[in-house]
Ligand binder design. Sequence first.
Ligand SMILES: [Zn+2]
Length: 197
Amino acid sequence: MPFFGDIPKPARVIDSSMGWAHTVRCMARDTHRSAVYSVEDALGRQLDRGGTVEFFGSTLTLPIERRFADVASMQRFVDSVLSVIDPYLPPVTVRERVSASKAHYERPRTDRLAAIAVPLQLIDGRRWAARESVLLHEIAHHVTHHDDCARGEAAHGPTFCAHLISLHARVIGPESALLLRASFDSAGIPVAGVVAS
Ligand SMILES: [Zn+2]
């Protein structure tokens, strides 16, 4: 897909809400979860309208993120992203989450593939969760789940945040990734270091 760039992979070194919910494995306490949600909430509002953003004296132009109408289109999106970032990653099933306002990630089990569950009901006339940034958050959980560097880390730990930034860079655009990284930094949210692959 033409919008995916060649972005370095997150490494091990640590340098530094939208109302998401998800299943987590045994790990450290998730102390930065609400801060991560707040950052994504703010970025999500900007991606909702797109346009220019002032950033330390420079002007960045953000795209408007894509929205999806149904499970099939979200599944195609998730499959495309996974095939580009790592074709050896196990697949993820996208399904509708009924009677809920939050998307979540379900890690794989011996009898079931990993899943991303997304509510499709309308809120203020829009499918709130069926959009690019929400799916990237859940894909980041999937990538992190299969990353040994994240072992023992919190669900929204440094490796998760690094994968999320990388996904924004490759899928939405470098401007979105830059804002996300800067916002994590100013909020004191640790992010795993990035090195060239
Ligand atoms: Zn999450």
